[in-house]
Each structure stands twice: as structure tokens, then as C-alpha cells.
Design a protein around this ligand. Sequence first.
Ligand code: F6R
Length: 241
Amino acid sequence: MRIIKAKDYDDLSRKAANIISAQVLLKPDCVLGLATGSTPIGTYKQLIEWYNKGDLDFSETRSVNLDEYRGLTRDNDQSYYYFMYNNLFKHININMENTNVPDGTEPDSDKECSRYEKVIEAYGGVDLQLLGLGHNGHIGFNEPDKDFAQTTHCVDLTQSTIEANKRFFASIDDVPKQAYTMGIGTIMKARKILLVVSGADKAQILHDVLCGPVTPEVPASILQLHSDVIVVADEAAMAKL
Ligand code: F6R
């Protein structure tokens, strides 16, 4: 595992974008595993800036996102598809046919989850998987549990997640109760993993992930067992290491 210390969020974003850029330059048709959330936004902005300067070409790049809310359509501004389109895809020359986000509108979860696994398999696997880190150690929507979930699956959102999300919706009834997410096994199959972590509020969990026992109670702790992980974290997030 390689741990790269960034001064602050902007520095973290540049460093993470540099690693993704290197991947795209070295293998233009690479498969990028992508994440939503607040942490990667600066990384995506940096990639867009370099694309606009003519330094990057995504025309052959393929992407698979980690997760999506079950029941939300692509044009719902809370869907992860909407997030990816607006924070990255529409600003670069990626072919939208080569971008993949689990289909939240597919009601048959087994069908959608096995379709998604097949997409990743048909691509030959993920070259570089970008991950953010949840305060409880979650990656994707893999929450603390008794076991590590293997493949893409449907998860029930915890009541606290539903409560936390309700501010984004007209009423609590509109908040999705489930999500589709890559499993820990799917994530661990990526050839390279880039974990980005920012802020003092992530310092304790980053310590537990990197220095604590490998346990499904801290899902990201499994990354200790992956052979090619890069962690880019800012000083605040690294305060307890
Ligand atoms: C996003 C995702 C989540 C986030 C995590 C951290 O697709 O799967 O696991 O990466 O919740 O989110 P932020 O970056 O907002 O702290």
C-alpha cells in the first residue's frame, strides 16, 4: 500500500487526478471505476481542466460506477447517474455508451446486479477503481456488516442514512430505501485502487481502516489485503496515522 500525503483538499484533488491521468495516458481504453460523493468532486474538476487544455483524451475510456439508488431515474438530481453526468461526463469526451452506472430503475435486483457484474467482466475487469471513504468505513454502499459482500448486490439503507438523505427530497417517503452497489469482492478485483480521503472528520476511520484489524465491521479495512492500493489523504485526514 502506498500512502500519499496531500497538504489540503486541492492538493489531494490534483494528486488523485494525476494518478487517474497517468492511467488514461498509459492505457487510453482503460476501465475506470468511479465514485460519487463530495471527495472526488475536486479530482473530477482537475481532470476536466486538463481535458480542456488538451492534455487528456477520454474517447476510448470506459467507466463503471460503484453504486446507484434503487428506484431513481437517471434524470433525478439525486441519482448517481445525474451526479456523474454533471460532475464529469458531460464536460469530457467520454463516449456515454462506454459509461456504466447500475440501473436504479430496474426493479428486478438480481437481474440488474448480475447484469452489472457481467458488464465489468466483459470489459476485462477494472484497471483503476476510485473510492471515497464513509465515516463508518463503508466503500460503495457496503456498510459495516457480519460478512464482506462479494458481488454487486442490493442493500437496504440504514435508517440513519435515510434520515440524513431526507433533506435532499420533498418528503421522507421519496428517499430511496435501497441501493445497488458493487460488492467488496467486485472492488477487490480491481487491478489498482485509489482511495481518496479528506478532512479531520475522517481521521479516526482512516486510522482504523489502515492500522486496525481487517474486519467487515470496517469494510474498507479489506483494502489492507489488496496488492496495489494508493491512498491519497490530506493532512487533516492523516492526523491520527
Ligand atoms: C459514492 C460512494 C460512497 C462515498 C462515501 C464517501 O459512490 O459509494 O461510498 O464514497 O460515502 O463520501 P464523501 O466523499 O461524500 O465523504
